[in-house]
Design a protein around this ligand. Structure first.
Ligand SMILES: [Zn+2]
Ligand SMILES: [Zn+2]
Length: 597
């Protein structure tokens, strides 16, 4: 049977990429298509082409229904397995199911499936006990060549960052903890907009006023507690009023306005400033039938303003929306994109969609290149070239006023090397290898190999690497040991031997935050000391962006501003002096570092 729909070129490309990938690999894959790109058509086409049993999973019944309807429109018959839709059919070749219903009825899925397709797959966590993982595990027991394909517009999760490891354009997003292996196709939002498939978002600077949430404490996902947000907003009622006045002014010629509030209290306050007969408020507590009728009236343009607290993101579709005001903070790029996505559908006479961010979220819609959580609020994406392979990494970091990178949080280069370029033995599967250059690392005390800063075992010699926390704890217990939180280093040259006019030695002084000092010397004319110095300091010059092999004290002094300071220094008491034993760089653990609160 022929496809009754003609796929758009990129939809066909996504289908082709999937077939190509699974023809040569059983590893899981992700397709990234912006909201509005027609994921359900790609799913329908893949389901149509499949010869054996397949399962299409999503987390909400609306999407189960939508994907099923698209498939049926091919003139094919698929089953629905969803308690919410009151249908539990699992005998068809293609089953559209909600993940909760399948996880609760695993015994109904004992047959052999060849493919699982997961829509909105950024909801899959890496956790083995999650509903998705349990289903995948069960079906894999019945078919060890089971293929897993995810589709999403936003391939990241809070606290996890990117949901896949390898990108087909040749870079690596992360380690083994990612739920998917390969991103095999990605279509940028800009393409959809430029081709006229989506409305252009017009980002407006919030001229009148803006909230500043940055001083509030964050949880481990970077989100704020509701009571803190409410407290801050209560102090800023004038700001809220001024913002809403501006929204109303900008809404003059606009057809549909969505306002995203931070909390329920905040949403009520906002609603109070809007014209009552044109405004609806929808929160998680709004009764479902009332919610449906409010949304209906909004879609029919009887209401102009729709205020909500993040309940109208996934699946909400009112194409006429042409102004979006964001008054809530979020660290989630994914949530931010979903919010903006509400205004990007095409509609008759719609030219663009105004997007105003009053909460200072500062998400770049087109290049949300950093999927990893922000290490601290004032970080920004910075470009860091790998000294080994030249790849332009994007990491969180800081720049000075001239735009130079002064600090970054990247650990390992994300470049992918073709098998021929990679050092050492080629990967067994001939797959491109991640560049092994590390910007932050723990050196193995046994073999000198470089490891990730949280590695427990050396990746080269497999020996256990001592945990810096253990080192610090042990040293703090000893009477003859001294531990300093190092706030900086100073360097000087001195001549150890009075008669020698030759090479001067290098003294490094480590300054503790309370004024304590420890120092040690390196004689760079001796190969063994030069080697250790370069391993410790030369390797880390300029945040490891420009590693160097120093051969004289003079060279080191010329570059002293670029030399790193360790986070902790441990010394042991000898007869008359303190002997430095350990310098801990790139520390990540439970002890506070210098200059941290
Ligand atoms: Zn590299
Ligand atoms: Zn080792």
């Amino acid at each position: 049977m022929n496809a009754p729909f003609k796929l758009r070129p990129y939809q066909q490309e996504a289908v082709d990429a999937t077939l190509r990938h699974f023809r040569q690999s059983d590893e899981s894959a992700v397709i990234v298509l912006p909201t509005g790109a027609g994921k359900s058509l790609v799913i329908a086409e893949l389901a149509r082409l499949a010869k054996r049993k397949i399962l299409v999973l999503t987390h909400v019944k609306e999407l189960v229904e939508q994907n099923h309807a698209k498939y049926q429109s091919y003139g094919l018959t698929g089953g629905i397995f969803s308690a919410g839709l009151k249908r539990k059919e699992s005998r068809h070749q293609v089953t559209f199911a909600s993940v909760q219903s399948v996880a609760a009825n695993l015994d109904r899925f004992r047959g052999e499936y060849s493919l699982i397709i997961i829509d909105e797959c950024h909801r899959v966590s890496g956790d083995d006990t999650s509903q998705y993982q349990r289903i995948i595990e069960l079906l894999r027991q019945q078919n060890d060549a089971l293929k897993v394909l995810g589709l999403t517009a936003t391939p990241y999760r809070l606290a996890m960052g990117w949901i896949y490891r390898y990108h087909y354009r040749g870079f690596v997003r992360g380690g083994e903890d990612k739920p998917f292996q390969h991103c095999i196709y990605e279509l940028p939002l800009r393409y959809m907009i430029n081709r006229g498939y989506l409305t252009r978002p017009e980002l407006v600077n919030a001229a009148v006023a803006q909230y500043d949430f940055s001083a509030l404490p964050q949880d481990r996902f970077g989100e704020y507690a509701e009571k803190d947000v409410n407290q801050l907003l209560r102090k800023h009622r004038r700001v809220t009023r001024a913002i809403i006045e501006q929204v109303v002014e900008l809404a003059g010629e606009r057809k549909g306005v969505m306002i995203f509030a931070a909390t329920v209290d905040h949403a009520r306050e906002i609603t109070g400033y809007l014209p009552a007969h044109q405004t609806a408020l929808v929160t998680g507590a709004t009764d479902l039938s009332e919610r449906a009728s409010l949304i209906q009236r909004f879609k029919q343009r009887q209401l102009k303003y729709l205020v909500n607290v993040s309940v109208l993101t996934t699946g909400f579709d009112a194409p006429h929306v042409d102004l979006i005001a964001i008054l809530r903070p979020t660290q989630s790029v994914s949530l931010y994109q979903q919010i903006v996505g509400r205004g990007l559908r095409l509609d008759d006479g719609k030219q663009d969609c105004l997007v105003i961010d009053y909460a200072g979220n500062n998400v770049n819609l087109h290049h949300p290149e950093v999927g990893e959580p922000k290490p601290n609020p004032d970080s920004e994406p910075v470009q860091v070239f790998c000294p080994a392979c030249g790849f332009a990494n994007i990491f969180w970091g800081k720049t000075d006023c001239d735009g130079h990178v002064v600090e970054h949080y990247g650990r390992r280069c994300q470049g992918l090397l073709e098998p021929a370029e990679a050092d050492g033995p080629a990967a067994p599967n001939g797959r491109p290898q991640q560049c092994d250059y590390r910007f932050r690392f723990k050196a193995c005390p046994y073999c000198g190999g470089e490891n990730d800063i949280v590695a427990r075992n050396c990746q080269q010699c497999r020996k256990a690497i001592i945990d810096p926390d253990d080192q610090l704890r042990d040293a703090l217990k000893l009477k003859d040991a001294m531990v300093i939180r190092c706030a900086g280093i100073t360097l000087s040259a001195y001549n150890g031997n009075a008669d020698s006019k030759s090479e001067s030695k290098l003294r490094i002084t480590y300054h503790g935050e309370d004024g304590e000092e420890l120092s040690e010397s390196f004689d760079l004319s001796k190969p063994s000391q030069r080697y250790i110095f370069n391993k410790l300091f030369g390797r880390r010059v300029a945040n490891s962006q420009a590693p160097r092999e120093f051969s004289t004290t003079g060279e080191v002094l010329e570059s002293q501003a670029l030399l790193p300071a360790p986070d902790f220094v441990i010394a042991r008491h000898q007869k008359r002096y303190w002997q430095v034993q350990e310098r801990i760089f790139d520390y990540q653990g439970s002890y506070r570092k210098a200059n941290e609160v």
